[in-house]
Design a protein around this ligand. Sequence first.
Ligand code: S3P
Length: 255
Amino acid sequence: MTIILIGFMGVGKTTIGKALARTLNTDFIDLDEAVSIKAHLDISKIFEQQGELAFRKLEHECLVDSLKHQDVVISTGGGIIENLANLTLLTATDAKIIWLTSSINENIHRLLQDTNQRPLIHNSTLPEFWALWQERQPKYSALADLTLDTDQKTPSKVIDEIQQHLQQPTPFDEQRSRIDTVDHRVLSQLVNRLAVVEEVGQIKRDQAIPVIQESRMAAMRQQLRLDFSNQLPNELIDNYVSLITGIAIKQEQEL
Ligand code: S3P
């Protein structure tokens, strides 16, 4: 089966596509690379010298060519959905289209780390970036057979999710993908919390302040109940506070 990865610039389509093809033991086609080879120019040079329209034409031709292959992984450029002819092709194909999503925050973070020159980002302001992001989301969504959340995940975790879906699909694979992201986000926030606890512990130690402060813990619990009891069961809030304060106390006492 051919797998087509779609999604916004910087979401990781090329990295994941390459590794996925290796895992599935299939060929890999990167459409941006195919365009660049066809034009004998870097993507940014094509935009610069020939304009976006010329790039889109080449991109379409490369998509047509790539769909002639069987059992390949194809990673597309973020703007593949900008061309109506591509939408027609992608709607008609029986390849599996996977939309790799991310939050805009994480996407910007990844783009800032990426050395790849992206002409559409290079000269755009934040409002323009936001508009492009907003405008494209429903287009990806309309094409996708499967949507996977890549936030907080390594490429190999995303590949596991894809493989899991290919081997044993369930009707809630997309929701599971989102749950995994939430769990990772919660735990990475706990890493931040532990770092702050460490600072508190050092101040208490330096100023000979007792580690355990019952009133502070009671106040925390009460405040969290007040703020979250409409959305979360009190049992969860209480267990969370007990668990997290227990660990913080241990951490501070060990300093
Ligand atoms: C584009 C995305 C790029 C590349 C070109 C245009 C876009 O690919 O095709 O710069 O319109 O979103 P990536 O999504 O791989 O960055």
